[in-house]
Design a protein around this ligand. Sequence first.
Ligand code: ZN
Length: 449
Amino acid sequence: MPVPTVSFLGGVREIGGNKILIHDGPDRVLFDFGPSFSSRVEEFYVNYLQPRSTSKAKDLLEFDLIPRVRGLYSKEALADADLGYTEPEVSAVFVSHAHADHAGYLDLVDPAIPVYVGEGTRTMLRAIETSTRMKYGDHDWRTFTDRTPIRVGRIEVVPYPVDHSIPFAYGFLVRTSAGTLAYTGDFRHHGPRAADTHAFFDAVARDPVDALLIEGTRAGPDQRKNLSEDGVRTHVDRVLDTTPELAFACTYPRDIDRLLTLYRAAVEADRSLVVSVRTAHLLAQVAPRFPAGDVPVPGQSPGLHVYARKKLVSYLWERPYLDAALSAAEVRTGGSKYLLLLEQSHFTELIDLRPEAGSPFIHSMSEPFTEDDVDAKVMHRWLEHFGLKFRQMHASGHASGPELLELVRASGARAVYPIHTEHPEAFEAAGSSVRLPELNATYPLVGGR
Ligand SMILES: [Zn+2]
């Protein structure tokens, strides 16, 4: 009988875009399915040049930007692509967390294939679909809970919660008919759920697994400064303590931990956090998934306000937040009463807000990889124009290079495959168990190496 195998259909020598296919007899399970952050897609599709909504899979297959897997794609997405539609041959898709590079291609998947996500992730995906143009498609959605095993034919999947820059992120322990595998998803252990990450790696070492598929976003050379989530809080406190003006911050829209850090710091400094309508919607949706009182709810919790940009039309989902929302004039007049979240795409609000020169702009996101980053240049030009003082303070969603090597050594895994990294070779320092996977290659889970 053929041994179970693992194939790497994405996430090889690139950050994001993991597509891990596990094959055991008649059963095939895919882990994560989204575009990578590498420039490969952008070699063909940029700005307004995008795959057609009537044949998205066909248009991506044209340039090998998605894998040629039979029985995975929907009839609609394939259109008349040469791959050809067949009945589902993939038994299930598991999604580790709601970031686009892990879930962003779900709309290509045949609706007959069950898609497994954490309960919280289902809530996040719904909120994103409602409040953005992102679409994940119609599926046989199935939700899993922490550490409750799911059986798909011969394959058993145990989802372990891990700490990451979006809540409801999971790593997986996968038991096949011959051999076990652990897939980390994306993780860190310097955030509020560090204990979850430790518990997952304890389980990996206890098994111990035949193969460990580990993300390495920060492996290799990375000079960028990183704080813990608590460290970000300390830095934000310091800025708010010494600021007599309106303060600004920007961060990733789905990083609930960071939103809470900024909210708590604002309240501590007798300010209110002012968020966009979209962020208000997300907070309202996810709050019930957290212990009562942990996540502030717009319209109910003190110290939280919504900012209303001037718009010609408003969507139905926006309306509950608009009546009590603050205008630019109100935020400008209130000044030191507020910490305003302002993403770069809404910088035009500054023209109305007219902040006092020297007001702080807390950049709570990763620094750009390169010095000629266009968005960063534009951001700094705007900040300079309005005399805003740039303050960098961020906690990454990913473990550092040295931490990754330590985890690999402690795992006792027989084979270690670094993925979701531009520097897989940096893992080789962790020992001889490290193997650099090739894109689209298939490896036996046990023996045969
Ligand atoms: Zn990722």
